[in-house]
Design a protein around this ligand. Structure first.
Ligand code: AMP
Ligand code: MG
Length: 332
């Protein structure tokens, strides 16, 4: 389970706000949901408006968790896997959009991002066990980890997994998607400025009173509790994928939760990948996909895509920053 790969400097923000505008306050609430730590922060002059917005924000997280979870029986995503190899499943607009975006980012990342990796994630269970699956076990499920066997039908709004045993895992994209949806809810509730932080997937909107951007810190992947760098952002999303939150060590080797679809082994080229994008869905899926692609190809992809920035820590601890972020990143 990942916990806050990106730390919000909320205390510092509060002091700044109080100094510039005595009427406006920062309100925040946190909760464990979607198996992770979620913190929503809003700027408001009214406690009532803020409370209502925070409540509506968490209700939206719950609504989406009830659709996307693969750890509970009665969700759309569980039904999709249950019907694998049997029949197409009617899905709501959220699942459809999530899968479609996931497949698109799969193409962009040369299938480094691949939601069909579900059977391998289940086999590894890195947060529960420290057992390394055998080559034979991985070979058996390899044909199931194939995005060309995920069939979306836009006219009927269905999805069909062509082979029995396939599992669509939304873990690499659903938090960023949820952050986007929660932001929309907060705005509908009259909030003009805030942060939705789903562990390492953040959506930031509006500015601090006084016109400054939000400051987020990227965790150091090998020094727990330390910051690698900070970024000032607004009306953007930022996601970090790292090998340091959900992992186990065996014989000095780190086994973690981001898998290379071609080998079904943990991706070895990066320690962490932070992606800045206009929306949370893109930032989340791209950070996972670039982690798999590795620093060279991943950085080249970030340079090619408009509105995308990346900070990559490679396997040796070298930090690579895409040109769009070079002037915006601050090292301690
Ligand atoms: P993130 O922390 O956003 O990088 O997502 C990691 C999670 O995505 C894992 O815990 C798995 O549930 C899932 N996952 C693992 N490998 C991949 C992959 N290659 N493509 C898509 N999702 C993945
Ligand atoms: Mg991700």
């Amino acid at each position: 389970m990942r916990h806050l790969p990106i730390l919000l400097l909320a205390g510092a923000l509060f002091l700044t706000l109080s100094a510039c505008s005595p009427r406006v306050k920062l309100f925040e609430k946190s909760n464990m949901m979607m198996g992770t730590f979620i913190q929503i922060t809003v700027v408001s002059a009214s406690e009532k408006t803020a409370d209502e917005a925070l409540e509506a924000g968490f209700a939206e997280v719950k609504r989406l968790e009830d659709i996307f979870s693969i750890y509970r029986e009665n969700t759309e995503f569980s039904e999709i896997s249950r019907m694998a190899g049997i029949k197409p499943v009617s899905i709501g607009p959220e699942s459809y959009e999530l899968i479609m975006r996931g497949l698109e980012i799969g193409h962009l990342t040369e299938e480094g991002f691949n939601m069909a990796v579900g059977p391998a994630v289940r086999l590894w269970k890195v947060t529960e066990s420290s057992r390394i699956p055998s080559e034979a076990e991985l070979a058996r499920i390899m044909p199931l980890v194939d995005p060309t066997k995920v069939i979306l039908d836009p006219s009927k709004r269905t999805v069909f997994l062509k082979e029995k045993g396939m599992v669509l895992d939304p873990g690499g994209i659903a938090k960023g998607y949820t952050a986007d949806k929660v932001e929309a809810v907060l705005k509908r509730k009259g909030i003009k400025s805030g942060i939705v932080a789903m562990a390492g997937d953040l959506k930031l909107f509006g500015k601090k009173p006084g016109g400054k951007e939000w400051r987020v810190a990227i965790k150091h992947p090998r020094k727990p509790g330390e910051t690698l760098a900070t970024l000032d952002l607004t009306d953007e999303a930022v996601s970090t994928s790292g090998d340091y939150e959900r992992f186990f060590m065996k014989d000095g080797v780190r086994y973690h939760h981001i898998l290379v679809p071609e080998t079904l082994q943990p991706a070895r080229e990066c320690q962490s990948v932070t992606v800045v994008a206009p929306d949370g869905t893109t930032a989340d899926a791209l950070s996972t996909g670039i982690f798999v692609m590795g620093p060279r190809k991943g950085l080249a992809l970030a340079e090619r895509l408009p509105g995308i920035g990346a900070v990559i820590v490679d396997k040796d601890g070298n930090v690579l920053v895409s040109s769009s972020l070079r002037k915006r990143i601050h090292f301690e």
